[in-house]
Unconditional design. Structure first.
Length: 169
């Protein structure tokens, strides 16, 4: 099973998704994976079969070969338990939900930005605007003739924002 898994990695598709800053780390990872694959391929997938009949016939000690055969066949090399795949799949599902939420939020931001672009495109060019037109388009930043401001016309230098001024009742 593990031999098939390591051979089915699509390295070129994976390399396309790696950012340029991570290419050296990716190359080191692929090199180490290739090294493990070569070491694993050097050994047979299943151990060679032992001809027990040959040894029973040629070894004079009675019961010794039977004892070795019994012990050899009872040996099992446990394959590591996969306890991470379910966690990874859970994380993947959460990530897909986050991605979907991000897409929805991004589409909302795009729609809002497109509305603002349309609004700005429909405005008069600044070179053709009068002060009244500017006030109608941008009432929050335009100079209000009914409420004059002090130069440099920023909120922190205006009298109503003076911290030493007593509050009006």
């Amino acid at each position: 099973m593990s031999r098939r898994a390591i051979k089915t990695i699509n390295w070129s598709a994976l390399a396309e998704k790696i950012p340029e800053t991570e290419k050296p780390a990716f190359a080191a990872f692929k090199s180490k994976s290739d090294q493990y694959l070569r070491r694993m391929s050097a050994n047979p997938e299943v151990p060679p079969k032992i001809d027990w009949a040959y040894y029973k016939k040629n070894i004079p000690i009675v019961g010794l070969v039977d004892k070795f055969q019994k012990e050899y066949e009872s040996i099992t090399v446990p394959y590591p338990v996969d306890k991470y795949t379910s966690e990874i799949e859970t994380e993947e599902k959460k990530m897909h939900i986050n991605i979907e939420e991000f897409i929805i939020e991004s589409n909302q931001h795009i729609a809002t930005a497109n509305k603002e672009i349309d609004r700005v495109k429909n405005l008069l060019p600044f070179s053709e605007m009068t002060m009244e037109d500017f006030y109608d388009a941008y009432p929050d930043i335009a100079i209000n003739p009914n409420k004059p401001t002090i130069w440099p016309h920023t909120p922190e230098v205006q009298l109503e924002n003076d911290p030493g001024k007593p509050a009006e009742h």
